[in-house]
Design a protein around this ligand. Sequence first.
Ligand SMILES: Cc1cc2nc3c(=O)[nH]c(=O)nc-3n(C[C@H](O)[C@H](O)[C@H](O)COP(=O)(O)OP(=O)(O)OC[C@H]3O[C@@H](n4cnc5c(N)ncnc54)[C@H](O)[C@@H]3O)c2cc1C
Length: 234
Amino acid sequence: MARPALGSIGTKEADAAKLERHWDLTADVVVVGSGAAGLPASISAAEAGASVIVVEQNYDIGGHGIESGGNIALGGGTSLQKKYGIEDSPNRMFEDLVNWHDYRFSDREIVRAFCDESVATFDFLVRTACNSPINLPGGRGRWPAEREAGANRHLDGEVSAYSPTGGNGTALMRPLEASAKKLGVQILLRHSMTGLVREEQFSGRVLGITATHDGKALNIQAKKGSDSKHGRTH
Ligand SMILES: Cc1cc2nc3c(=O)[nH]c(=O)nc-3n(C[C@H](O)[C@H](O)[C@H](O)COP(=O)(O)OP(=O)(O)OC[C@H]3O[C@@H](n4cnc5c(N)ncnc54)[C@H](O)[C@@H]3O)c2cc1C
């Protein structure tokens, strides 16, 4: 018989369920979604030594990431930019992005974080999705700085010489999938998250998730689930 979804039942039932909480699957970290955010998150967690389950509702990995153009608009001083003498920094990238095209409507704090983490993200992708900057699909970096440096022609040459799929999202997401699997990440396809299981009904640390697969309810434990108030993992 299908078990109730622990995150979605009344207080009395939740108290009773706590005593007999049953986990069908257990990992340190559970990642929901195998898209452009989920797969890198699963790789980072696995690299930090966690056991990881990725729950994906679709029949394949990738989300919108796999159907995207796969252009990696990173900059701020990446190794690829340096190779072509393109001068860039997180501050300059931020100034460009908040004054450029429709990017200027983006949330400033997110743009700031995007710029500050851009080089680290580029290096992460080179390490986990490709072997070298040349192999970074669509890895032409940040367009305004590069256009200014007249470098797009060279970078396009490198990129198209590499990418078997024309540098689209498949060329990014399939290597990320392979890296995740190599690190032991378990990817559960056609599994939909239906709720969070927390210490209390609506508060406290996240203990796991409820999901469905082939019409059956599952409880999946995340042993190092975060404290929702502070976003810390345990
Ligand atoms: C046509 C197109 C072209 C694009 N081109 C580019 C580009 O060139 N460069 C660029 O930087 N960006 C591009 N983007 C944007 C980019 O694809 C997205 O910003 C990115 O994929 C978002 O990543 P994400 O992980 O947040 O979401 P997604 O990649 O959509 O992943 C979310 C995943 O979560 C799964 N999921 C959702 N709910 C549940 C649930 N309840 N249980 C289990 N799984 C669930 C979904 O099935 C999906 O796999 C493009 C987007 C599109 C649509």
